[in-house]
Structure formats: C-alpha cells, structure tokens
Ligand binder design. Structure first.
Ligand code: ADP
Ligand code: MG
Length: 493
C-alpha cells in the first residue's frame, strides 16, 4: 500500500531519547468476529463455550469433497460495518486461499480476501482530550477463523478444538495514522463501540471475539517511516497500550545504540509487560494466495447496499453531536452517554420532557457511578428510567432538595417503589416554611457568635453555616432559603 502521512507531528506525543525526539507510528489490524449464528461457509453453530469439537460440520473439518457455501448474513454484517466506518463498499470482491500448514487448520488454507476485499477505505474519528483526529481505515475483509490447539490437556499429547474453525471474522486494517498508545487505545475503543452499535460484533475481547495485531515503529518526528514490528493477538485494550509503550522504547533504544530494527512478529507477555520475538520476516510465509476455485466472486447490487444503509442505526458520532446540540450537553457528558447504545437510550428516556443537564448529571454521577460500583449495567439497574425521572421531577418542582434526593435514590435503589409516594409517606418533603428555617438559622448563629462575626469578613464561612443548618434540618431545608436567610442575618448583603 502507498502510505501517505496523514498527521502533523505533535511534540506533546514525542518520546524523549538520549539523541533527540522520536515519534511513534502505529497501525492496527483488528479481527472482529461477525455476529452470526452460523459460520462463514457452513451451517455449524458459533455459540461460545460449547464442548470442544461440538460446533463442527464436515466443511469445518475439511472432509474431502466438502464445498463452502457463503453465509449471506455474514456478508450483510460486513457491508453494514463498512457503512458504519463510512467506507467504500465493493460490489464485487473475491475470496482467496491463503495457504499454510498448521494443526488447527484442517483445510491447509484459510479462505480470506486478499486483493479485492469487500470493503475499501473508510475512517474512524477519535475525540481525544485536546483534539479530534481522523484515523484512516485501509480495508475490511471477510475471512475464516482457525481452530485452537490445546497443549495443556495431556502430558504427552496435544489436542485440537475446531469449534472456531470457519467462524466468520472481519479483519479491519487501519492506516499507520496512530501516533501514541492513548490514540491506539481510543481507536480500539471507538471501533468496538461502533461494532456494538451496529450489532455486527459483540466486541468481547475476553472471549476472543475481538483481537488486535498492533504494528509499531518509531521515527524521527515527521521523517521517513521506520521498520515496524507486529505484535500479534493482543486481547485487551489495556494490553495494547502497554505493548506499544514497551515496544516503542525497545526500538528507540536499539536505534539510539546505532542498531537497526528487524521486521518481525512479536508477542506481548502480559505478566512481564514486555514484547518477545515470535518469528522474523525471513521466516515469514509465502501464502501463495489464489482465488478459491470453490467460490464465485462475491457480487451484490448497489440497491442491496442502499437498503442496508437505510436501516443503519444512529451511530455514536452522530448521537454525540445530537446530544450536544439538542440536549445542550457538554461533549464530555455526551461521550460518556453514547459509549453504549443502551446508556444513551436510557438517558433519553430520563431526559425526555425534563432538564437535560440535571438528567445527565443524575444518570452519569448517581446512577452509572452506583451501577459501576456494584458491577451492574443499565439493563440490570434496580432504578428504572421512570423512577429516576420521578426523582428528578421532585427536585425540579422544589419538593425535595438535592441532598434528600440522594437519600431517596438510595431508598428506591434498595427497596424500589414510587419516588413521589415514598417522599410523601416518609415525610421527606423539603421545608420551605421560612419561619421554621429562620428558627434554625437563628439558633445556629446564636450558638456561634464569633464565627458569625468572622463570616462578615470571610464570606467563605457562609458554607459552614449552610452545612450546620442543613444538618439541623436533616437535609430538608430549602437550600436557597437557607442561603438567603443566613446572608441577611449575618449581614452579608
Ligand atoms: P502486511 O500486508 O504485511 O500485513 P500492510 O501494509 O497491510 O502489511 O500493513 C499492515 C498494518 O501495518 C497496517 O495496519 C498498517 O497501517 C501498518 N503499518 C504499515 N507500515 C507501518 C509502519 N511503518 N509503522 C507502523 N505501522 C505500519
Ligand atoms: Mg496484514
């Protein structure tokens, strides 16, 4: 591929070496398992966690004379993913055989797409803390997954599990546009969010449904691209970051010592936090790609693509822009809410017809904070959108204070129930009776005459008085009224 440097070097991202600055260059190849009940070329199930070799058809086991038949659902999902990546969809693509021997590959070749992939160039937008960057996607192609060798089941034998053999993968290849470990992590995170919105891959890295090969090189800022190393099969976003940090420093040290980088495939050792050589380019395979004679070129019409485009859900970038524009949220809050479609939907249920900022606050800080702590998510939340909305209504119409609202949230969380009823039954209604509040204010000032005197000079002390009054009223006093009365009585106005 011809590489065009899409980025301007940014000194904030440089690594400081003994002989000057270095810039990291990263490109990623992500394998994402297509959400589909059956495999790419057979009807065998893709269900995770089944007994070894229970999801294997004669095609997956490569019995002689078996013929692959393309699964339309996988094609549909690949096109939808391409559309989600704003990519070019190729109406004609070709399946090739990638030939190599391995015990977990009974066919002796993997069916993949080489020269003519189903999806061409696209892009992924990253909203980094200080800038918005666009990362190029080179291509997306469909291919089969391999089986799994198991070396730890028997003292003298190895076993093979073919459950994954033939499962459909999308390989999504980025351009070498990433310039830091943080950007690489953000890229993977964003890609996973998009795949989940589309429902084309579940993105579960711990189950192997999404894996990243991370290509890393270093160069003098803005200079020629350096020789890269490819770190294979990294299976968590955190590890991607660690692997890049380690690998960039390793390469930098070699170059600063006057050495050169061998293009090689490396493994990330998560325990030691380092990368290790697996095989060098000299040992690299010649895969002898050629079009699979068992399969016709894959062709579909633009009308088919247009139909799929019409039914695409609203994607995270568009949703975020809408949340900022229509709901008036900060980009930061919008980012948190759109990170998962179910979270965004939940927020919109709560915010509908209400103060959007207050709703975002309660959804993000109180609800998500609590769900996180308990290892739950919005689908298993003990507090529903209706209940949270009712709590917000009670704050908004002055029935309860923000502080009481937190107690109310706690009650709804543990006991359930109608928030308005709970407030009524348990006498949690906010005291707006000025006479009652005034009595408390007077008693607190009388008990602390020196502090009250000081507060005239140091208005910051007012907060302390507010706290005392709120405490005395068990959080039920209307905070605005408390503030006003205190200012007036202490003489701050
Ligand atoms: P191959 O065909 O050998 O896999 P590609 O040219 O398709 O090589 O690139 C594979 C991945 O490596 C892509 O994600 C690409 O962005 C990335 N890449 C290419 N050159 C570099 C480089 N100099 N440094 C870092 N990554 C690179
Ligand atoms: Mg490659």
């Amino acid at each position: 591929m011809t590489i065009v440097d899409a980025r301007t070097p940014d000194p904030k991202k440089f690594l400081k070496g003994a002989t000057g600055d270095w810039e990291i260059v990263i490109g990623m190849e992500v394998h994402a398992q297509v959400t589909s009940e059956a495999k790419l070329f057979s009807g065998a199930s893709t269900e995770f966690g089944k007994d070894p070799n229970s999801n294997v058809s004669l095609v997956d086991a490569a019995m002689p004379g078996m013929l692959p038949v393309i699964n339309e659902e996988c094609v549909r999902q690949a096109i939808r993913t391409g559309l989600g990546l704003k990519a070019e969809i190729n109406l004609k693509s070709v399946f090739d055989r990638k030939n190599y021997f391995y015990p977990d590959l009974p066919q002796g070749y993997q069916i993949s797409q080489f020269k003519q992939p189903i999806v061409g160039e696209g892009k992924i937008i990253l909203d980094m803390p200080e800038e918005r960057v666009e990362i190029g996607v080179e291509r997306l192609h469909l291919e089969q997954d391999a089986g799994k060798s198991m070396h730890d089941q028997h003292p003298s034998m190895s076993f093979v599990d073919l459950n994954r053999s033939g499962v459909a993968l999308m390989e999504i290849v980025s351009k070498p546009d990433l310039r830091s470990a943080d950007e690489a992590k953000a890229y993977l995170t964003k890609l996973r969010i998009i795949l989940r919105y589309l429902g084309t891959c579940d993105g579960n890295m711990d189950q192997g449904s999404m894996r990243a090969d991370v290509n890393v090189s270093v160069r003098r800022p803005g200079g020629e691209f350096g020789t890269r190393c490819e770190i294979k099969n990294v299976n968590s976003i955190r590890f991607v970051g660690q692997a890049i940090e380690y690998e960039a420093r390793r390469q930098m040290a070699i170059l600063e010592d006057g050495g050169s980088i061998d293009q090689e495939t490396r493994l990330f050792d998560a325990v030691k936090g380092e990368t290790r050589s697996m095989r060098s380019k000299e040992e690299a395979h010649d895969y002898r790609y050629f079009p699979d004679p068992d399969l016709l070129p894959l062709e579909f019409t633009q009308a088919y693509v247009d139909d799929l485009a019409k039914d695409l859900p609203e994607l995270p970038d568009e949703k975020k822009a809408r949340f900022v524009k229509d709901w008036g949220l900060t980009p930061y809050d919008a980012d948190i809410l759109v990170a998962e479609k179910i979270s965004a939907d939940f927020f919109e249920l709560v915010a509908k017809g209400r103060d959007a900022k207050l709703s975002a606050n309660w959804v993000i800080n109180e609800l998500f904070g609590r769900l996180n702590k308990e290892g739950l998510d919005v689908t298993t939340s003990p507090v529903s959108a209706d209940q949270l909305g009712a709590i917000i209504d009670l704050i908004k119409n002055g029935t309860i204070s923000g502080k009481i609202a937190k107690d109310l949230f706690e009650i709804v969380w543990t006991e359930g129930g109608d928030p308005a009823k709970i407030v009524e039954e348990r006498g949690m209604v906010q005291v707006t009776d000025l006479g009652a509040i005034e009595a408390i204010v007077d008693s607190i000032i009388a008990a602390n005459p020196e502090k009250a005197e000081q507060a005239k000079e140091k208005p910051g002390l007012l907060g302390w008085f507010v706290g005392q009054v709120m405490k005395e009223s068990k959080g039920k006093a209307n905070p605005q009224a408390v503030n006003d009365l205190l200012k007036q009585k202490i003489g701050l106005e």
